[in-house]
Each structure stands twice: as C-alpha cells, then as structure tokens.
Design a protein around this ligand. Structure first.
Ligand SMILES: Nc1ncnc2c1ncn2[C@@H]1O[C@H](COP(=O)(O)OP(=O)(O)O)[C@@H](O)[C@H]1O
Ligand SMILES: [Mg+2]
Length: 398
C-alpha cells in the first residue's frame, strides 16, 4: 500500500499515531501535578522500562497534557557526559524569564534569576559545561556557596516560589535519568525533598532504564518515599491490537484478525517493534485488509531494519570484551541470567567479570533485576547477538 500515507512511526522518541495503553500513567501524572499545583503532597513520577517501550513519547505526552492546563514545563535529556546543572540551568532561566513576565510573579521570578546567576557563577568551576546568559547580578548568599546540593536546593526553592506566585507549577521533565551521575542525582533528590516539605509547586517527571529505581535508592535512602516508579512495559494484547489497527482504520485500511495475532506474536507487544512491523506490513501489502502472510513477509524486513538501527546503535557502542560478555548472555537465552552462569559460559570467575559487567550497566546495556541477576535492557537483544555473532566460541577473552 502507499508508503506515503503509511501511518506507523518506528524511531526513538517518534510519537505514534495511537499512544495505546498509557491512559493510566497519564492520569496518575495529571493527578500528581494537579495536587502539587494546589499545595497538596504528591510523589514525583519516575517511569522505568526497557529500551523501545515508549518512555520518551509518554514523557512528551504527559508534558503536553500539563502544558494544555497552564503548567510551566521544562524538558531535558540527560546525555552521557554532560552535567545535570549544565543541562538544567539554561532551561530554568527560560522558565524564570517567562514567569517574570507575569506581573504578580515578577519580583519573585527576578530573585530566582539572581539565584540562577549565583548558582552558575559558583558552580562553573566544578561543572565546566554550565553556559547561560545572566540577566541579573548574583545576590550574595543566594545559591552561591559552590556546594551543589545546597545551591540546587536554594535555586529550586526560588523557582518553586516563582511558580507559586504565578499560580502555576513548574514540572521538570527529564529523560534518560539513569545517566545522571550519582552525586548530581543525590543533589536533585535532596532539592526536591526540600521543595516537597515546603509544599512548593515544583516537581520532576522522569524516565529511564529499570536500574533507575536502585540508583535513586543508592543516591538517597529516602528516595522510595519521594518517588513513584510506574513500570512501562510491552502492551497487553488488546492495547497492542489498538496500536496497530487504529492508525490503519483512520485511513480506511484494516488488518485481518490473523494478521493482528501474528504481529503481536512477532513483536511480543513491544511498542518499537509494533511500529516497525506495522510499517513494513503496510508497505508490503498489496491491498487492505493486510493479511497474516503480509505480516510474515514483513518480518524479515522489520528484523533487518531493527538490526540496522535500533539494535545496531547499541551494539556498535560495545568494546570487544563487552560483546563477548553479551554474546555469552545471549547463548543462555533471553534472561535474566545468574551472573555465575554467565561466568561459567565464559570459563571465568564472576568476580573477574565485575569490571565488564559494571561498564555494561553504566552504558545502559544490562541491568540487575535482583541481586546476582543480569538482564538485557533492550528487548530481544539476545536474538540480535546470536544473529550478529553467529559463532559462539567460548571464550574469546584475552
Ligand atoms: N503506547 C504506544 N503505542 C504505540 N506505539 C508506541 C507507544 N509508545 C511508544 N510507541 C512507539 O515505540 C517507539 C519507541 O518509543 P520511545 O518513546 O522512543 O521508547 P523508549 O523511550 O522507551 O526507548 C516509537 O516508534 C513510538 O512511536
Ligand atoms: Mg527514550
């Protein structure tokens, strides 16, 4: 069928036509933000899940929902190798400038901009990537001690006050939160804790890989009380069917029931894969309704496309030693696997593999669902590893 009208959208952060199965989390976020807006306590949301389950597009949808009811928002993505303050400060400045245009919030927002100036000046030495235009001179003693935790707390308090004066809330959306370095994450949690105690209308909605939950707990022991961790996973059969069928029906096309069932079986309901299979099934089908055999034929192309993009970008970031470790995991199947079993496959001791395991965790390739277990953060990655490195000759370790 016509590839120009193809309604499917595989791609990191590419919004789907039909955001299936996420109404509950959106509602949870809506309520939390609305509560914070009126000074009621609510936990911040950190959404956790594997790659490709739809965390980024959900984060963006929740942001749109908030903006549509007059909430101030900023959005950052924590990339590897940049500091949280470096990312946060320019965005906070924009939010404060916006709030300062509102007459009743002007004075408080301007004080916030002074805090921002002090913060940037005091921490620039520590975080070389803080680059921001300064609109006011710092006020001595306001967020300028040079200690991240204290200064960030003071800065976010000022921002929260400004939002309150404007009768709104400020929500900070942060994607890929697992990449924030631990002391910076700890400082952020501590600052949020303070804002919550003061009932300030400021909160974070974050998203990240499943290890985020234990990272937060390690950063601050009271993180459990501050955050809810909605798990974002594959779609249920009904939701996966909507994700596939609804965009087609909007264009007067359809899938046979057998085609839908095949699609769900092939993709295990993972949103990224649903989009990829949907796209290729549409392109391959000669006419509506799209049939099971169209889907089966599309599978080959969908897998090839994933190997070239979604999987490939992850695989290419691995060192040879890391590849061998991941290949040994794949040999054991989808996982999770006992770390000892992986070590056995490699003919090594678990402790000698500690460094490679922890660098894979830092890169966001694997995580530990429970103590001593190791799992892939990318669904179906075991199959990719076996496709891309077909021969398993244990161990290729130097
Ligand atoms: N709820 C959903 N229903 C249908 N498709 C979705 C849904 N969530 C995500 N997708 C699709 O899945 C892909 C991956 O989404 P993304 O937000 O980048 O995942 P993540 O951030 O978890 O890696 C995108 O192509 C997106 O359109
Ligand atoms: Mg994402």
């Amino acid at each position: 069928m016509d590839p120009i009208t193809n309604p499917y959208a595989p791609g990191a952060g590419t919004p789907p036509r039909e955001l299936a199965g996420r109404d509950k989390v959106r509602e949870q976020a809506r309520i939390a933000i609305a509560r914070i807006c009126v000074g009621n306590p609510a936990k911040s949301l950190l959404m956790v899940g594997l790659r490709g389950v739809g965390k980024t597009v959900l984060l963006d949808k929740i942001r749109q929902d908030a903006v549509s009811v007059g909430i101030e928002t900023i959005r950052i993505e924590a990339p590897e190798g940049r500091s949280l303050p470096g990312m946060l400060v320019p965005q906070l400045r924009l939010a404060l400038l916006k709030l300062s245009k509102i007459e009743r919030a002007k004075a408080v927002a301007e004080r916030g901009l002074k805090a921002l100036a002090g913060f940037a000046k005091a921490l620039k030495v520590k975080f070389g990537d803080i680059e921001v235009g300064l609109d006011f001179d710092p006020e001595p003693g306001l967020a300028d001690n040079g200690d991240l935790q204290g200064d960030l707390t003071c800065l976010l308090e000022q921002v929260g006050e400004a939002a309150r004066s404007a009768n709104t809330a400020l929500v900070i959306f942060i994607d890929e939160l697992q990449y924030v370095a631990q002391p910076q994450f700890a400082a952020m949690i501590s600052a949020l804790h303070r804002c919550a105690q003061e009932k300030l209308p400021l909160t974070v909605v974050g998203a990240g890989l499943p290890q985020l939950r234990s990272l937060a707990g390690q950063a601050k022991s009271y993180a459990e009380r501050l955050f809810d961790y909605p798990a974002i996973g594959p779609l249920s059969v009904t939701d996966a069917a909507s994700a596939i069928v609804k965009p087609a029906r909007e264009l007067n096309a359809d899938f046979t029931d057998a085609a839908v069932a095949a699609l769900i079986a092939q993709t295990h309901g993972y949103p990224y894969f649903l989009q990829e299979w949907g796209k290729h099934s549409w392109d391959i089908a000669a006419a509506t309704p799209i049939t099971e055999s169209d889907v089966m034929e599309a599978s080959r192309l969908a897998i090839a496309a994933l190997d070239e993009s979604f999987f490939r970008v992850r695989f290419d970031r691995l060192t040879p030693t890391e590849k061998t470790y991941m290949r040994a995991m794949a040999e054991l199947g989808a996982g999770p696997h006992r770390s000892g079993d992986i070590a056995d496959k490699l003919g090594r001791s678990s402790s000698s593999l500690g460094p490679v395991r922890s660098s894979l965790i830092t890169k966001g390739m694997i995580w530990s669902p429970t103590y001593g277990d190791t799992a892939f953060t990318v669904p179906l990655f075991d199959e990719l590893m076996r496709r891309i490195m077909p021969a398993w000759n244990a161990p290729a370790y130097e």
